[in-house]
Structure formats: C-alpha cells, structure tokens
Write a protein that binds this ligand. Sequence first.
Ligand SMILES: [Cu+2]
Length: 492
Amino acid sequence: MTEKTTLLTRRQILASGVALAGTIPFLPITRAAAAPEPRTAKLRLTAGTRTLDVNGKPARVFSLIGPNGKPGIRLSPGERFHVDLVNRAGISTIIHWHGQLPPWTQDGFPWPQTPPIPAGDTHSYDYAPIAGTFWMHSHQGMQEQSLMTAPLIVHSAEDMRADRQEVVLVLHDFSFRTPDELLAGLTKSNGSQSPMPKSDMGNSMNMGSGSMGAMSMGSGMVKDLNDIDYEAFLANDRTLADPEVIRAEPGGRVRLRLINAASATQFWIDLGTLTGTVVAADGFPVQPVRGTRLPLAIAQRLDVLIDLPGNGAYPIFAQVEGKRLRTGIVLAAPGAPVSRLAAVAGENAPPVDLSLERRLEAVTPLATRAPDVTHRMILAGAMAPYAWSLNGEYWPNVTPLMIDTGQRVAIEMLNHTMMAHPMHLHGHAFQVVAINGAPLAGAVRDTVLVPPMGSVTIAFDADNPGRWAFHCHNLYHMMTGMMTEVRYPAII
Ligand SMILES: [Cu+2]
C-alpha cells in the first residue's frame, strides 16, 4: 500500500495549501523512490474455485487469489515475481503470466518439460518482472474459459510518483454452458442442431440474420464476428445490472488499466463523455493518443489516463463488437448519484479494427535493424467445419518456427480468413512494424489483431531461448488448432 500512502501524502500536502514548488517539488518522488523495499518473502497465489452471481443465477468458476485476498498479484517497483502457486482448484493446472518475459520453464505453458501442477501441489516461480498492466490465466485445457484469470499489475517507480488513482477493469465473456458444450456446439457438423447460431454460416458470403453476429464490410464481403452467443459480459465479475461503482475523488485523476480477459470476445471501450489518453499497450508505454472509443482485442491491455471533469458519475462501457450488448463500471465522485445503465447500446458496435494500432508508437521502439530472418505465417480456417490453422498445421501437430539467439526475427502474418485473429507470442515483446504491407513504427506489445484478409508484420529480438507458444488468443480457435511453437536450437 505504498502507492496509497504516497498518494495521500501528496494530496494532504496539496490540501494543506503548501505549494509543491520551490524547495520541495520532489518530496513525493523521494518518498516513492525510497519506499519500495523489495520483499524477500514469497507471495502466495491460490488457484481455486468460487461462486459468482451472474444476473441473479449462481455460477461456479475458477479463481486466482493473491496474498491480499483479491484476484491476482500487484507488485511494487523492483519487487521480484517470487510466487508460490498453490493449486486448490481440485484439478491439475498451469498458469501463464501473459506478456511477462520469464525464462521459458517459468512461462506457465504445459510443455513436456513443464507439466501442469497436480491438484494439491505447490509450484514456485522467481523472476524479474517487467512493469505494466499484465494478466495471468490458465493454459491448461479450457480452464481459462471458466475464468481462471486475474490481473498481474507490476508498478513502476513512475506509477508511484504520478498521483493517480489506479482502476483495473477486467473484461470477461460468460456462459452458463460449459466450455466443452460451447466447443462441441462450434465443431458439430450439423449446424441446424447446434446451439451456436453461427455454426451453419461458415466462411461463406451469404449472410444470416438476427443474432448472426456478422457484419457487412461494405464491399459485399462478410466478416465473421462472435463465434459464441454469450449470456453475459462481465466487468470486474459484474454485469451492468449491478455494476461496480468506483468512487473517485472530485476532479480525480485515474489510471485505467483495461484487460480483455474474454475467451472469444472483442470490445470497444466507450468512455462516454470522457476523453482518455492511451499511454500503454500491453503494458509497454506508447506516445500519448487521445480517444473516447478504443478497440480492445482479446488478451490485449490498454492503460488510459482519465481526468474526471466534475463531480458526477461517469460510466466506462465495454461494448461487444458487432452487437449492442455491453458491460462496464462507473467512476463516480463521492456521493454522486449513479443512475441505472442500459446493458444495450443504441446501435451495434463496428468490428474491432486497427484504427488505434495504426496510431500507436512505442516510447521505446526496437533498435533499427533489418530482420535476419522473416517467417511467413498463413492464418487459415473457417466456421464450418470449425477449425483454424497456422501454415496449414493444427496444434499439436506442428513444425516449430526455428529462431536463434541474437537474431532480429520478423513474422509476417497473412490472414486468409473472414475472422480477425488476436495473435499472441509468448516470451517476447514484439513491435508492430507493418500493417497490410505498409511500414509502421508501431507499439511494442505481446498481442496484435490480424484483421480478416489483412496482414500484420511483427519484429522482435530473439533474446529468450526456449520453447514458446505462438497462438490465436480466441480460445476456441486455439483449441481447434491455431497454435504453433517458436523454438530456439538446442532446446528439446
Ligand atoms: Cu483466431
């Protein structure tokens, strides 16, 4: 709670009328810099189960509870990720620290060398984390679909100086059906019997109607959206029927940490009457970009600075692409009345796109260098039969992409499908260097959306030897094949 202390200290100084100029401008900074004393004790993270209330009905889901009894882990500047993961979930599990860059044996992927943790066992992790907004989720079976996810927030020294109230917003898609039922519905060949409204749609040009979740692209092409009709969309585990209300100070300055932890849903963040400033993508700082409606693909994060303009209540919505459905939270001044919010927006949201990606620019880009090796990857697949592939291969029957330590590696991803694919590389932060063939000095991040029939090129330095998963983060695409391995030599 160092941050809170620092924050209050500065606010108290401000409230007392003492000018923060002249002799003491850096008082809070000095305190913040001196305050974090790296803990040597291990933190305890417990994988378990819990019961959520979703629109009045109980739902049994997984949980990841940190040392303070809240979901996930928050680290102070300089603190190591020194964690005992205790498996009380009643089933073997393994947790991936999404976007972090640990040695590969601590990445939380079920390689033969790093098997899942049996029920009842404890496994220890110890690595130097990178600062920013990250998250954690199971990489075992379909546990992530059952909400085995949580925030992983690593504070920087700059965070502690900034005097901003931190608000974490985690998004989920939710169904009372099990992930197995949902997957079976998608892969069932007889679409007319399927509970999935899109299973008969395929990769075709003929539009369905009603809740089909497809959208005209204006040129006669039809883009597929939303494989699954979810029953609820959660913001910090709650729907808009009973949203979380976070009390901000009047004129409050907020750092909103957005995490799309959904299984198969992409959102538009809608700040309503507010304007935010995007300052980080997937945890990595970007040059500031102002905006009110921000696309957030599956597994991505955005840090958005918001200065509340008054003493009112300000909803932060997340609207499902291609639909009117939305979820959200409310930022409200103390005592400000909060009116009931409609869970349905006035019109369908457009498909999540690269409009923001094109504007993002890393604060710390890769050093200028030509790639030593360029891998080309074809993203293929369709709704019927429901199966998705990379370079024609279906996980786990894949040929690893071989890279070598010291190389600058480029991967050109060509999407030959009518769906967008949020592609995530483990163990490396990459820079987005081209969109549809047009060069870009874009964001450094860990997950990028490759739009239907579009292409995105990423580049990174091969500096973390190991076996690394590279996959679509739409979990039903991943489960039906859209995953491969990036591997260094001499790692078996
Ligand atoms: Cu995909």
